[in-house]
Design a protein. Structure first.
Ligand code: F6P
Length: 523
């Protein structure tokens, strides 16, 4: 890449795509004019076009759960979309209206709690897709807040998370959103039950009806919990948890930014959907992003993919992408049920730019691993000279990392640089070995002119479709997650063993561990 970057001055021109406010620069990849066409030929041979239309058409492509996968319908409900003979756009629009009306009551302070006070604190109780997307988007779009509501997230069952939130809020002015498609996830239900008890202690038995709402596919379980019927908002079986931020699960975002901007958020995803459906594969951003990553995973033996967002507002974004990618494509069985012998979903890691440079980038530059990187860059129309300097430094930092990954540093360059610093020759000869950077490491840049609701919607949809394309080409089901089920099955027995170490039915080694920690906790 270093040589081609130096010789070919037109790589950026040739290897970048633009969609609305998004620039996708893939010039820093191990590709030439043949590579993308060949990978697109592979995509055609794997029937990608047919498969992506099945996605949008509501075919039951989630074969192990016999479900359609229609998160795309959530942002394209302007026209009928049928699955199982039912037009889901009707339910989507009806629910969106209900949510908007409820949000308006909160915003206009006409929804009053048990002590007739309006709501100030919003507590989202959820985990996985019922937490990561909502939290990442609320964090990212905080500058678009239309009110002074404060937002809190309780996800893990560690009491510290719950108590941190409980100690920050005022029970009389708090609304708890139990976000759970299944309404059985033990972390979420445990947190919800504890917060219900705390609220009943604080405000009396009636606390539930005015301070708890539910977003779920299981209305009966929500009613049994004590949620008032008018406070239950549906999510449907054909919306995967990790793809649900566009649905009622995104209610916290609707509360933060309001109806107009939430529609803008949906419109960003819609723009990407239309691009994904219409652009030829070699000019299709999710497809090219997916093909490049697949190229490295299956032809260069890459195991991981770093995603580094040079944006403080996107500091919770990578854990969200981790779930979308790893819970979708962390599979090893084909659609036909055969064991797969090739790499599938990458290990997604990364986080906030600049910080990473002083943490794990060392391994990216000089480690033995071959790890492609996606840099996400966010610009803004910052006018204040003092602050514009920060933005320039942020973008220049990302470019410095991308350049170093690509260019590296030869032994000769290291040696001469040491001599320039007047290092004695014999020492320079030694030390230079340690300063060599292999280079030739690929990276993509996804640049957004500004972090608006529309642009955030675009960015998320691009990664959703990138994951879809890879799953389709690997011939796997990206939409179930049986791998996490066994842990859930084992939990009750282990929980019981924690309480009754003597009578437990668990293996002797785990039992010995429990006995040890039980004894330890007594001293
Ligand atoms: O991790 C398994 C999983 O089912 C995720 O797919 C989902 O987002 C999360 O748990 C929460 O599930 P629920 O919304 O049903 O509580």
């Amino acid at each position: 890449m270093r040589d081609s970057f130096e010789k070919d001055k037109a790589r950026f021109e040739r290897y970048h795509l633009v969609l609305d406010d998004l620039l996708f620069d893939y010039s820093r990849n191990r590709i030439n004019e043949e590579t993308i066409p060949l990978l697109c030929q592979f995509a055609n041979e794997m029937g990608l076009d047919r498969k992506l239309r099945q996605l949008f058409n509501g075919d039951k492509i989630n074969i192990s759960e016999n479900r359609a996968v229609l998160h795309t319908a959530l942002r394209n409900a302007q026209a009928p979309i049928f699955t199982d003979g039912k037009d889901v756009s009707v339910d989507i629009n009806e629910t969106q209206k209900k949510l908007t009306n409820f949000a308006n009551q909160i915003h206009r302070k006409t929804w009053l709690g048990a002590t007739s006070k309006p709501i100030k604190h919003i507590v989202n109780i959820g985990i996985g897709g019922s937490h990561l997307g909502p939290r990442a988007c609320v964090q990212a779009l905080k500058d678009y807040a239309i009110n002074d509501l404060s937002f809190h997230f309780v996800s893990t069952v560690d009491k510290t998370n719950l108590l941190d939130v409980w100690n920050k809020i005022d029970p009389e002015t708090s609304l708890f959103i139990i976000s759970s498609k299944s309404f059985t996830t033990i972390e979420t239900m445990t947190n919800a039950e504890t917060l219900r008890s705390l609220m009943q202690e604080a405000l009396g038995e009636s606390a539930c009806s005015k301070h708890f709402i539910a977003i779920t596919a299981s209305v009966s379980k929500a009613l049994a919990f004590g949620i008032a019927p008018e406070c239950i908002f549906p999510i449907w079986e054909w919306v995967g948890g990790r793809y649900s931020v566009w649905s009622s699960i995104g209610f916290v975002l609707l509360l933060l930014i309001g109806e107009e901007q939430f529609e803008a958020f949906l419109s960003g995803a819609r723009i990407v959907d239309q691009h994904f459906l219409s652009a030829p594969f070699h000019r299709n951003i999710p497809v090219v992003l997916a093909l490049l990553s697949l190229w490295y995973l299956n032809f260069f033996g890459a195991q991981a993919q770093a995603i580094i967002a040079y944006s403080h507002l996107l500091r919770h974004f990578v854990p969200y992408l981790q779930q979308i990618d790893m819970e979708s494509n962390g599979k090893s069985v084909s659609m036909e049920g055969e064991t797969i012998s090739y790499n599938t979903g990458p290990i997604i890691f990364g986080g906030e730019g600049c910080n990473g440079q002083h943490a794990y980038h060392q391994l990216l530059h000089q480690g033995r691993h071959f790890i492609p990187v996606d840099f996400i860059l966010i610009d803004s129309s910052e006018e204040r000279v003092l602050l514009k300097r920060h933005e320039n430094l942020l973008i220049a930092s990302a470019l410095s990392q991308a350049t170093s990954l690509l260019k590296g540093k030869t032994y000769e360059e290291s040696y001469l640089a040491l001599l320039d610093k007047k290092i004695e020759q014999s020492i320079a000869k030694q030390v230079a070995h340690h300063q060599v950077i292999p280079g030739n490491k690929p990276s993509n840049i996804l640049y957004l002119k500004q972090l608006t609701p529309k642009n955030l919607g675009m960015l998320i949809a691009i990664y959703e479709h990138k994951v879809f394309v890879q799953g389709a080409l690997w011939n796997i089901n990206s939409f179930d997650q049986w791998g996490v089920e066994q842990g859930k099955q084992l939990l009750p027995t282990l929980l019981d063993a924690m309480m009754n170490v003597e009578t437990s039915a668990i293996d002797p080694n785990t039992l010995a561990f429990l006995k040890y920690i039980r004894e330890k906790s007594k001293t």
